[in-house]
Structures are given as structure tokens and as C-alpha cells.
Design a protein around this ligand. Structure first.
Ligand code: CTP
Length: 416
């Protein structure tokens, strides 16, 4: 496979030498295109030696080969690492002022950007707007890793681990992955984990959700080519590289994050275990046990139903969007699990409801699960059993089917 490896002008350029090694050692033919600025960090001799190919950043070298057209045109994959604020700005605005930007304009295959910069630069509205533009055009922009930056500062902005960039790049071009890029260009928001409702600065009311199902769904959506935002309540597992993570703690924080994300989402999956109630008051100080006063009583108030609100918001804004809920159900003497689940699907108004049959040592914290997917469209309930990863693939495939088969009931989102 022919890979173009663009190198931006950041200190993380030195790490990209290992990425190049991973590509060449897996048998790929790599042409490195460093920006002018990047050669101050790593010289072209390094790239030539490691790639075995000539290296230039000028459109005026090797004129007979028409490099500025040929490299991008022939590349099966283009990876830019580190993707600096500058290279993303130039790519987003379609500039063609060096060999890397002309190559990006000629790209025929998938393009992956692995950003690295200081946190403030990454979070700046200009950079975020450029990232949005690139993503809307189908370019895959990884989320930067969080950690130590060049100086003494730390935060989001580190180059993602080289192994993660390599895996994300390969997922874009492996034949299996190519065949299943069914959600390319689709923006998916997934809530995962359990909310925590504080009682005082030390204690909270929580639940047993591990977040494994939501994280597995994020992985499956990513593998299908989606742009994924993970609204992460408390998780026992790490979110996958390549998704945008929005950390939340309480149901009310999740509600705000979900409402904001929903404006930019084609699919919303509410896999989080949201507390139905929160303490009516949060003590500013730790609640003490004292012999001279009675033991405390905790009064709870109802949290808003986020899923129901998202359905409501969708109809108010006339937005085209698929909304998926989860239901943790138990049967009882009056009705079985599916009867309760059907009633919940109607009550919540979502398009799909993934029903878990909960019980001791079932579902929560486990690696395997068994679900039934109910659809508002009335199609047959679909069962899926296996690891949470396998079940996630079934759910994502079902979402793909629904997106294809259900006629749009809402107008497409307007560009802001
Ligand atoms: N959910 C939500 N907001 C809440 C509670 C739940 O958005 N305040 C979402 C969950 O993320 C899930 C779905 O609603 O997708 C179903 O949650 P579940 O706890 O099973 O159902 P409840 O609505 O709480 O119903 P009940 O507790 O009566 O079974």
C-alpha cells in the first residue's frame, strides 16, 4: 500500500520516526512530506533513511514527476502527524502553498490527522472550527492524548500514542474495515458509564455501571467510520483512542452535554446508567455523625429524563436524527421483561431500545451480555448475545440498517 506521511512542525515530529518504522515494517511504501517548519525538528535525511524514498517539501523539486499531483493521487492513505494548528488551518482553508497541502487537496483515499499542540491552541475556537470543517469533509481527526506537554504544562494536546495512530490508520484501509465503513461521515454521540450524584464533598449516590457497553459501542462506531463523541460518566474502562471524550459526573451535567452534543449528532445512543434521583441538597461540608443530633435522612428529587428530552428536542428542532435508548429491565408477576420494555420504548419515544435483562451478576460490570433490540418502526425484535464488543457490532449494524431503511422524518441539520 502507498502511504503519504505528512509531518507537521511540532516537537512531536521526532515520535513520528517510530510511526514511519511501523508502516515500513508492515510492508508499506511510504513517502514522507515534512513541512518546512518540521525540518527544524527532524531533518529530511532521517525521513529519507527510514523510508528509503526521496524526501522534499517543495513543489518545485522533481518537476517531471509532477509530485504535487502524483503523491496525493496515488496514495492509498495519507497520515499527518503531528498535525499542528497551522497545518490543520491550511488544510481546512484549502491552501496549496507547499507539497503537503497540495497533496492533501489531491487525496483520493482516507486521510488521518493526529494532532499535537499546546492545550490552549487545541481548545482555541479557530482550531476547533478547523477540526470540525475537516471532520465534516470526512477527514479523520484523532483526539489528542491528555498528559505532559513540551514545557511543564499538561492537558489535552499530546500526540496520540504512535501505536494508536498506527491502529487508527490501518483501520481506515484494511479490506475488512473498508468493507464496513458504513458510518463514514456520520456523527455519533454515545453516553456511557454511571452518573454520580453528590451528597457532600466526599460521598455520592452511584450505580454499578462499568461503562464497558458504552465504550464497546464507541469502538464499534469508530470501526464503522463514524466520528464519535463519548459523554463519559464514571467509567471502569478507558475510552478508546480516536473518540472525543466529554467527561461528566452528574445526571444534570450529562443532560447539558447531551443537549449540546445532540445539535451536532446524526445518531445519539444513551447507554449511560443515569441516576433517576439526586439528593435534594448537597452539603458543602462532610456530613458528620454526631451523638447529639439524629442520623440524617436523605431526601431525593427526580432527575430529568435525558432520553425523553432528546426526543422532544429532536421534534422541536425538526432534526434528522436516530435516537437509541437502553433499558435495564426485570420481569415480575404482572408482566415479563419484553412487555415492560415495549411500554418503555413507547414512553421514551426513541427509535431503538436495547433491552438488558438485569439480575444478580448479569450485565453490570460483566464482559458478556444478552440483549433484545426493539424498534419503534415495528420490525421484529432482534436478539444478540456475546461479548459486549460483539453485541455492540450488532447494535451498530442495526443502526446502519435503520438509517438506510427509515425514510427521513426530519429535515437534515442546517449548517450553522
Ligand atoms: N435515561 C435518561 N435519563 C434518566 C434515566 C434514564 O436518559 N434520568 C436513559 C438511559 O440512559 C437509558 C434509558 O433512559 O437509555 C432507560 O433507562 P432505565 O433506567 O432502564 O429506565 P428508566 O427510564 O429509569 O425506567 P425505570 O427505572 O422505571 O425502569
Amino acid at each position: 500500500m502507498r502511504i503519504v506521511l505528512g509531518v507537521g512542525g511540532g516537537i512531536a515530529a521526532y515520535k513520528v520516526a517510530s510511526l514511519l518504522r511501523l508502516f515500513t515494517e508492515s510492508g508499506h511504501d511510504v513517502s514522507v512530506i515534512p513541512t518546512e517548519a518540521s525540518t527544524r525538528f527532524v531533518g529530511t535525511a532521517t525521513w529519507e533513511a527510514l523510508s528509503g524514498n526521496p524526501v522534499t517539501n517543495s513543489v518545485f523539486d522533481a518537476i517531471p514527476q509532477v509530485n504535487h499531483v502524483r503523491l496525493g493521487h496515488e496514495a492509498d492513505l495519507i497520515v499527518v502527524a503531528p498535525a499542528t494548528a497551522d497545518i490543520m488551518a491550511r488544510a481546512a482553508s484549502g491552501q496549496a502553498n507547499d507539497l503537503l497541502t497540495t497533496t492533501l487537496l489531491m487525496a483520493h483515499g482516507p486521510v488521518l490527522f493526529a494532532p499535537a499542540m499546546h492545550t490552549e491552541m487545541w481548545q482555541h475556537a479557530a482550531t476547533q472550527a478547523n477540526v470540525d470543517t475537516l471532520r465534516r469533509r470526512g477527514i479523520h481527526v484523532l483526539e489528542p492524548a491528555v498528559g505532559r506537554l513540551t514545557g511543564s504544562d499538561s492537558g489535552p494536546g499530546r500526540l496520540p500514542e504512535v501505536a494508536d495512530i498506527f491502529a487508527a490508520a490501518m483501520a481506515l484501509v484494511e479490506p475488512d474495515a473498508m468493507a464496513t465503513q458504513t458510518l463514514a461521515g456520520v456523527r455519533v454521540t454515545i453516553s456511557a458509564g454511571g452518573t454520580r450524584e453528590p451528597l457532600d464533598p466526599v460521598r455520592f449516590l452511584g450505580n454499578r455501571s462499568s461503562g464497558k457497553q458504552g465504550v464497546a459501542l464507541a469502538q464499534a462506531a469508530l470501526a464503522a467510520g463514524a466520528t464519535v463523541r463519548l459523554l463519559a460518566a464514571h467509567l471502569d474502562v478507558a475510552p478508546p483512542a480516536g473518540v472525543e471524550v466529554v467527561p461528566v459526573e452528574t445526571a444534570l451535567e450529562l443532560r447539558d452535554a447531551a443537549r449540546a452534543a445532540s445539535r451536532e449528532s446524526d445518531v445519539v445512543i444513551m447507554a449511560a446508567a443515569v441516576a433517576d434521583f439526586r439528593p435534594s441538597a448537597v452539603s458543602e461540608r462532610k456530613i458528620k455523625k454526631r451523638d447529639d443530633i439524629a442520623d440524617p435522612t436523605i431526601t431525593l428529587v427526580r432527575n430529568p429524563d435525558i432520553l425523553q428530552e432528546l426526543v422532544q428536542l429532536r421534534s422541536e428542532t425538526n432534526r434528522r436524527q436516530l435516537i437509541v435508548g437502553f433499558a435495564a429491565e426485570t420481569g415480575d408477576a404482572d408482566a415479563d421483561v419484553l412487555t415492560y420494555a415495549r411500554a418503555k420504548l413507547q414512553r421514551k419515544g426513541c427509535d431503538l431500545l436495547v433491552v438488558n435483562h438485569v439480575g444478580p451478576n448479569r450485565v453490570f460490570g460483566q464482559d458478556t451480555t444478552a440483549v433484545v433490540i426493539l424498534a419503534a418502526s415495528g420490525s421484529e425484535p432482534q436478539e444478540a448475545t456475546g461479548t459486549k464488543k460483539d453485541v455492540s457490532t450488532v447494535i451498530i449494524n442495526r443502526i446502519v440498517d435503520e438509517l438506510r431503511s427509515v425514510p427521513p422524518r426530519h429535515q437534515p441539520d442546517q449548517e450553522p
